[in-house]
Write a protein that binds this ligand. Structure first.
Ligand SMILES: Cc1cc2nc3c(=O)[nH]c(=O)nc-3n(C[C@H](O)[C@H](O)[C@H](O)COP(=O)(O)OP(=O)(O)OC[C@H]3O[C@@H](n4cnc5c(N)ncnc54)[C@H](O)[C@@H]3O)c2cc1C
Ligand SMILES: NC(=O)c1ccc[n+]([C@@H]2O[C@H](COP(=O)([O-])OP(=O)(O)OC[C@H]3O[C@@H](n4cnc5c(N)ncnc54)[C@H](OP(=O)(O)O)[C@@H]3O)[C@@H](O)[C@H]2O)c1
Length: 433
């Protein structure tokens, strides 16, 4: 008998899980990777910044997993819409949920819902061409923009705002989005951290890239770059050194300016019909190490606020969920009998792509040890069920047709290797002409 496993989600966690199942299982195994989009790779396709082509090439590794004879891709199938947990447990010996973290964390301040106050999740989806967000969603008509947060996503967002359309032309950014980026009125970008340079979450390589922007001057205030104490790990020391070197730098008149700010927390997004400003309070750390306000305020006249303060997972219908940690409670990947979890849904939205590989391997070790010696299910796969419900999954070959259409589009536009097709319809037209 064959061990049949459904993996829900085709991001790095889902695909590394499929790979680990094939590698670790001591018996025949068949893995269905079920994905709500017609396209695989999760945030590698719809998160990793378009100008980070070497990181995006990790898709070439993930592709080889989907091409294994033991693995099948079923795109356009959503758990909670087309299939339920009961359906999955009826058709597979085990299920691994790897649906990531799709929504933004909230700031919880007045004005957060004003037009012009934007979650980084939406903005990233926009420039990555995610089918949930249309190309017309954003017009960059404000000369000043604030980006809240000093993590790597904030750095990505800042870079995309600071680069010109020409600089992004060879990337896979959808063409309509590139045109909107070309019309951008943005002149000043304020990136705002609520603690000091020594607490920033961005990594050194990503920070350094900001200093290499061809069309933006990067500025840091001397007083905000001061860091007391000196016993920091190498990465943090590196960040501090880079920021301090910028603090002494005069702008050289590039068309855009990036101000990296520290020790400021957003207290209100101002405006009546849309964002007109951002009120910030200077902060310090309390004796217990908490961020507290000093009662000193400043307002910056921005027309757009991008909130990049982290992602969070959403509950899956019928699957346990901890509303405090916003993850699925588990022990080494086990949720309960025959149900497992991997990736950001398991441990929260932290870590790089590679972190999901060891994480998935742990889940698979637990799964295989739990199921060792148990009888295999004899029920039919879910294909018939999907057929009855009028759902025709996007196959791996159909995904390759979408990819080929994106290559052809890039060629016709004289842009790079690939230009993303925007919207579900365009993708389905490309694979089912
Ligand atoms: C903006 C951004 C940029 C990043 N850039 C980098 C980078 O440059 N380098 C790096 O190392 N790491 C980067 N990361 C981190 C990296 O992307 C994550 O570690 C990784 O993608 C998490 O993998 P995952 O499989 O858990 O989630 P995801 O990649 O989010 O995959 C989840 C998948 O599940 C699918 N799904 C969701 N709900 C359902 C459902 N109900 N039914 C079926 N399918 C569903 C989704 O469509 C998605 O394809 C970045 C993260 C973000 C947010
Ligand atoms: N190139 C890459 O390798 C790359 C690119 C993108 C993403 N990623 C990874 O993906 C993961 C997610 O990245 P992320 O940037 O979304 O999250 P993150 O690293 O957790 O950063 C979130 C930022 O938001 C700040 N923040 C949180 N709540 C806030 C609030 N209420 N007010 C003001 N600021 C607030 C945090 O400050 P505090 O520290 O004070 O809480 C922090 O600076 C990370 O592991 C990241 O490394 C990697």
């Amino acid at each position: 008998m064959t061990l049949r496993v459904a993996v829900i989600g085709s991001g790095p966690a889902g695909i590394y899980t499929a790979e680990a199942l094939v590698k670790q299982a001591q018996e025949d195994v068949q893995v269905d990777v079920i994905e709500r989009l017609p396209t695989p790779y999760g945030l590698v396709r719809y998160g990793v910044a378009p100008d980070h082509t070497s990181i995006k090439s990790i898709a070439n590794y993930l592709r080889r997993v989907l091409e294994l004879p033991e693995v099948r891709f079923l795109g356009g199938v959503t758990l909670g819409e087309h299939l339920s947990v009961e359906d999955l447990l009826g058709g597979y010996d085990a299920v691994v949920y790897a649906t990531g973290a799709m929504v933004d964390r909230k700031l919880g301040i007045p004005g957060e819902d004003l037009p012009g106050s934007v979650a980084a999740t939406d903005f990233v989806n926009w420039y990555c061409g995610h089918p949930d967000v249309s190309a017309s969603m954003f017009t960059l008509d404000s000369p000043e923009v604030a980006v809240i947060g000093v993590g790597n996503v904030a750095v990505d967002v800042v870079r995309v705002l600071a680069k010109t359309a020409e600089e992004l032309s060879s990337t896979d950014v959808p063409h309509d989005v590139l045109e909107r980026l070309g019309e951008s009125q943005v002149k000043a970008i304020h990136m705002i951290g609520r603690r000091g340079p020594e607490h920033a979450k961005f990594t050194l390589k990503e920070l350094r890239e900001l200093g290499e922007l061809a069309n933006a001057d990067v500025c840091v205030r001397e007083d905000e770059a001061v860091v007391l104490g000196g016993d920091f790990p190498r990465q943090i020391r590196g960040n501090i050194d880079v920021l301090r070197s910028w603090a002494g730098r005069d702008p050289v008149g590039r068309p855009r300016r990036l101000d990296v700010r520290f020790w400021l927390r957003p207290v209100e997004i101002l405006g009546t019909d849309r964002v007109e400003g951002l009120r910030l309070e200077r902060t310090r750390l309390s004796e217990e190490g908490r961020v507290v306000g000093t009662g000193e305020f400043e307002t910056i006249p921005v027309g757009m606020v991008l909130r990049s303060v982290g992602y969070q997972s959403v509950p899956l219908p019928g699957v346990p969920f901890d509303e405090r940690s916003m993850t699925v409670p588990n022990e080494a990947g086990r949720i309960r009998e025959r149900e497992y979890v991997a990736g950001w849904l398991k441990r929260g939205p932290t870590g790089v792509i590679g972190t999901n590989k060891s994480d998935a391997a742990e889940t698979v070790r637990t799964l295989l040890s739990d199921l060792a010696g148990h009888d295999r299910l004899r029920s039919a796969p879910i294909d018939a069920l999907l057929g009855e419900r009028g759902v025709r999954p996007v196959t791996y070959d159909e995904w390759l047709a979408i990819e080929a259409a994106e290559g052809a589009l890039a060629k016709s536009l004289g842009r790079g290797e690939r230009v993303k097709l925007a919207g579900l319809e365009a993708m389905l037209r490309a694979c089912r002409p």
